[in-house]
Design a protein around this ligand. Structure first.
Ligand SMILES: NC(=O)c1ccc[n+]([C@@H]2O[C@H](COP(=O)([O-])OP(=O)(O)OC[C@H]3O[C@@H](n4cnc5c(N)ncnc54)[C@H](O)[C@@H]3O)[C@@H](O)[C@H]2O)c1
Length: 247
């Protein structure tokens, strides 16, 4: 028996990076995964990679900030599968810049995708979870939302907001047996960080007691735990997957 056998899981921003890693790990654990991402081609390719390996996967091209489209897709998913067990709000972006020079458009975009997108998807999914009196929602925040970072005021605010949103949603939904938790990844090996020089990586590693970058699998494993019965008594929490990063 795998840990997510028979579970229906929606993962946003899952065509690549951490989201795809979560989708793959979930599929390996027996879940039917539903990938949501911006480009149809990227969604199709990610779904094909999983179904070619005989996993259960499907997907939709959608922007998490598009309220009407997300409502329609989630309804379609519920009608097809009869339930939605897990939502991972993973879609996220950065538009870095020093506060003094930050463009209002860059503030708005980051807040919209990272925070409002999480609100929209959570609001749409909760009605289906409430019907079944069961569900797990996991929001991918960031250690930057806890510690702040120069040049990332918009991103830090969006991720700090995600953590506060998680605590509130957990309190609202607890009586319906829907658990809401956040994960705050630290420095994770992704395509983005692969471009950094060895020197930069070594400098980051100095602030990490475990002395290395995290892997996508480290984040995905935490997502499995937070959606499985092993975490039945955990809600409203933010788990840092960061190697003990010194803040
Ligand atoms: N990479 C890290 O080290 C790190 C650390 C902490 C937190 N995070 C968080 O983890 C999450 C995933 O990060 P990643 O490194 O895999 O990023 P990534 O850029 O590789 O992947 C993000 C995915 O989200 C999709 N996306 C962007 N905007 C979207 C929208 N409006 N609607 C739907 N999909 C959208 C992108 O197309 C992309 O496929 C993000 O929320 C990020 O903030 C990442």
């Amino acid at each position: 028996m795998k840990r997510l056998d028979g579970k229906i899981a929606i993962i946003t921003g899952a065509a690549r990076g951490i989201g795809f890693g979560i989708a793959k790990t979930y599929a390996e654990e027996g879940a039917q995964v539903i990938i949501i991402d911006l480009s149809q081609d990227a969604v199709d390719e990610a779904v094909k990679t999983l179904t070619d390996a005989s996993y259960l996967a499907t997907g939709f091209a959608a922007d998490v900030t598009d309220n009407a489209v997300i409502e329609k897709i989630f309804k379609q998913i519920f009608n097809e599968f009869g339930k939605i067990d897990i939502l991972i709000n993973n879609a996220g972006i950065t538009r870095d810049g020093l506060l003094m020079k930050m463009k209002e458009a860059d503030w708005d975009l980051v807040m919209n995708v990272n925070l409002k997108g999480t609100f929209i998807c959570t609001q749409k999914v909760c009605r289906y979870m409430m019907k079944k009196r069961s569900g797990a929602i996991i929001n991918i925040a960031s250690v930057i939302g806890l510690m702040g970072n120069a040049g990332q005021a918009n991103y830090a605010a969006s991720k700090g907001g995600t953590i506060a949103f998680t605590k509130s949603a957990a309190k609202e939904f607890a009586s319906r047996n829907i658990r809401v938790n956040a994960i705050a990844p630290g420095f994770i090996e992704t395509e983005m960080t692969a471009r950094l020089s060895e020197e930069v990586i070594a400098n980051y590693a100095k602030a990490i007691p475990l002395n290395k970058m995290g892997s996508i699998r480290d984040v995905a494993n935490c997502c499995v735990f937070l959606a499985s019965e092993d975490s039945n008594y955990i809600t409203g929490q933010t788990i840092q997957v960061d190697g003990g990063l010194i803040m």
